[in-house]
Design a protein around this ligand. Sequence first.
Ligand code: SF4
Length: 291
Amino acid sequence: MVTRTEEYPQKRVFLGLLFLTCVVLTVLAAALWWVPYVGLSNINKYLPAILATVFGAALTAIFISVILLFFTVVLGRNIFFSKKLRGMVIKVIFPLMVVAGRLAGIKKEEVQRSFISINNQLVLAEGRKTAPEKLLLLMPHCLQFYECPVKITGRTENCKRCGRCKITDLLDLVEEYHVKLAVATGGTIARRIVKEIRPEVIIGVACERDLASGIQDTYPLPVYGILNQRPFGPCFNTSLDLDLVRRAVVIFLNGTIHDIETSGPGNTSADREKAGDTPIGTDLGLPPAQG
Ligand code: SF4
């Protein structure tokens, strides 16, 4: 029988690294307690016990959070404190996961994919409902056709809608749902756009590295990440799975929780359909998003 974690490699990587991180933390805490143990008992006989209690309490808090996180990820539903768990994943677990991934020989890109996927799940678990004008679609500049002479950063309405890149389709989506659309050339411009528009939720499309850093930069603002498609290599005439963007828009406008896997090369909704996979959203036992 195929389990949910087997269906989604990003979850498997995340849960594996989560376990490895817990083991490393336990060993570190034990070492931190044991090394000064001899010296502390010379100062006061109760000091080692006090230190052991402090470390034990810290580890217990971490393990409770990890268990909550584990069940939120496996069940795909909000158990408790999904916003706080998202903060913990972004600030504490992801940096540790990068180190644990290096120890386990897992590529950084794969760790980032897994982080983005879990972040998405935690964002969805919060069940946010957003007004259209507070929902921002933040796109990378490499999505624009390389030879297009029109400047669309800052003013996407300058686009002539020639159809040579996905900006045309995104503008159609904006007209349909009245959400905001912006194109950024880098992290600094992206931060400025977010400051100006002040969205409540961002649907961001980018590569693994930019999405992971964008999610970290904008916390506590929730960013739902969708990986771009790179048929010509990185940063050149990139594309996206419009179906995933549309479904994410519908979810945040309706405030219903569905599971959307991060898209990427070989993981588009069309690829999944061809492979006969379950439609997006049904893995949580919920109907697929309407769109
Ligand atoms: S769709 Fe818009 S941005 Fe893309 S190539 Fe045409 S004019 Fe340029």
